[in-house]
Structures are given as structure tokens and as C-alpha cells.
Design a protein around this ligand. Structure first.
Ligand code: DHB
Ligand code: FE
Length: 280
């Protein structure tokens, strides 16, 4: 049967992708950030997944204000890196896992979480930047990837509690797939950042680190946090963090912390990163 070996949390910022692609990873500004992912790149090589279930958000790239699915699962054979205005990132095409994705869609929908099924979409920095941070520069991504897009752009996003319980339904779905696959689940986006309005540039180091503590130790309690607290403490784009609760909900109550990293700032964003080993 398929099993979930680990959960990964990781922020995204388009400038991280640009720094990487333009060979600036060794610059004074970027070096401390990329160093925090050195351990992870080695760890991913030693613990290579067959499939990554990658929870991320689209930034009005594949979807627009014309169509806003709350939860969308990518069931296609492949997904092209998107052109977000400066040309597509020079990264490999994302190969999907259509059979597992279709199984998860059926299981999770029958488990009463209504997903939008997407057979064709481009994937933006929300998905490709975490891939670059985890796998580095490669000709081909080392595994199949199921993109799972969550609306955190247009009000109202799903609640943390809804995301946490959806993670549990995704875990039930993965564990009932009859092929012997090593699956990782990633929760991406966050941490504190606000890109607009009078509070643009907001970063809250103390709150972010408490969020990391609670995500590791007491996620059920954390899942009850209302949206207003994310926005007040972590800024308007900080609400991307609800996606990390999908990842955490898919793991065992107790997890083993393999790696923890926090760095500010990367562009306007606080970057958090965890590797959590599943005990199930
Ligand atoms: C930045 C962060 C984001 O999450 C995003 O989607 C775009 C930009 C930033 O910090 O620049
Ligand atoms: Fe974002």
C-alpha cells in the first residue's frame, strides 16, 4: 500500500526562484536562506519519495477572479511551469501521478470534501519555488507530483480546521491506494508577510516561531485559530499558512522533527521550513 513517510513545510517567494535561476544563490543577501535548505537537499536524496502531494496556492495564474476553486486537485499527466510575467522559470515540467490523484479525488470526495478536479493547469512560483528549494537544480524532478491548489487569495479562504481535517481525509485516501509508494506531503506558502496597504512589509518573527512550535506539538489546537488572527499577526498573505495544516493533518499526532529552519526576510516574506517524519 502507499504510505506517507514525511511532511514538509516551506514558504514560497517568487524572488527566491529568480535568485536561484539567475545564479545569485551565493550572494550575501541570499546565501543564509539557501544554506538553510542544504540539509534538506541531501535528506531528500537519501529519502527519495515516489510522489509528492504538494499543497500550494495559485496566484491568479492558472485561476483568475473568474473561477476560484477552494480546493483543486491536479489529476493531469503533466503541468507546465507558468509564465508569471517574466517568462516561465527554467525548471523541469512537473510530471503528475494521475492514477493516485484520481484515487485521492474519489476517496476524499466520498469522504465529504468536495474537490475541483483539474486535468490541465500551469503551476506558478507557489509550487515551483518549494521544488527548487527541496531538490535544487535538476534536469528532471526526482519524483511525480500531485499539485493541490488551495484558495488563499480571494476571501474567504478555507478555515484552518477545515484544512486540518482535509489533511486527515487525504491521508486515508493515500493509505488506501494499493501500490507500494513512498509519498511525501508538503504544505507551502506563509509565513508572516503582507504585500499591500499600510502594513506592507509586516513580519512577525515571534508569532511565526510559536506557529512552528504549535504545528509540531499541538496541531489540533492550532487548527482552531480564526482567520482574523492570521491576518492581524502574520499579515494579509500570512493566511497562506492554513495550507500547512493540510500537511500536518495528514501526519500522525506525534511526529519526529528532522529539520527546522527560519529566516527573515526573503523579499517581503518570513521563510519557515520543517521536515517532519510521520510515525504512522
Ligand atoms: C512575495 C511573497 C509571496 O507569497 C508572493 O506570492 C509574492 C511575493 C514577496 O515576498 O515578495
Ligand atoms: Fe504567495
Amino acid at each position: 500500500m502507499a504510505h506517507i513517510s514525511a511532511g514538509i513545510a516551506c514558504s514560497h517567494v517568487p524572488a527566491i526562484g529568480a535568485a536561484w535561476d539567475l545564479g545569485k544563490a551565493g550572494d550575501d543577501y541570499w546565501k543564509p536562506l539557501f544554506e538553510g535548505f542544504e540539509f534538506t537537499k541531501q535528506w531528500e536524496k537519501a529519502n527519495k519519495p515516489d510522489v509528492v502531494f504538494l499543497v500550494y496556492n495559485d496566484h491568479a495564474t492558472a485561476f483568475s477572479l473568474e473561477l476560484i476553486p477552494t480546493f483543486a486537485i491536479g489529476c493531469g499527466e503533466s503541468f507546465q511551469p507558468a509564465d508569471e510575467g517574466w517568462g516561465a522559470r527554467p525548471v523541469p515540467v512537473v510530471e503528475g501521478a494521475p492514477e493516485l490523484a484520481a484515487h485521492i479525488a474519489q476517496s476524499v470526495i466520498e469522504d465529504e470534501f468536495d474537490l475541483t478536479i483539474v486535468n490541465k493547469m500551469d503551476v506558478d512560483h507557489g509550487l515551483t519555488v518549494p521544488l527548487s528549494l527541496m531538490f535544487g537544480k535538476v534536469d528532471q524532478w526526482p519524483c511525480k507530483i500531485i499539485p493541490f491548489a488551495v484558495n488563499v487569495v480571494q476571501y474567504p479562504p478555507p478555515s484552518g480546521k477545515r484544512c486540518y481535517h482535509l489533511g486527515k481525509a487525504i491521508a486515508r485516501a493515500i493509505k488506501s491506494f494499493p501500490e507500494d509508494l513512498n509519498v511525501q506531503i508538503w504544505g507551502t506558502g506563509g509565513m508572516s508577510h503582507q504585500l499591500q496597504g499600510p502594513r506592507a512589509g509586516l513580519i512577525n518573527r515571534e508569532w511565526d516561531n510559536e506557529f512552528l512550535d504549535r504545528l509540531i506539538e499541538n496541531p489540533e489546537d492550532l487548527s482552531k485559530m480564526p482567520h482574523i488572527e492570521y491576518v492581524r499577526e502574520a499579515g494579509s498573505e500570512g493566511v497562506e499558512l492554513v495550507m500547512w495544516l493540510i500537511m500536518r493533518g495528514a501526519l500522525s499526532a506525534q511526529v519526529e522533527l528532522v529539520h527546522r529552519f527560519y529566516h527573515v526576510p526573503a523579499s517581503n516574506t518570513a521563510v519557515g521550513h520543517l521536515i517532519l517524519k510521520n510515525r504512522d
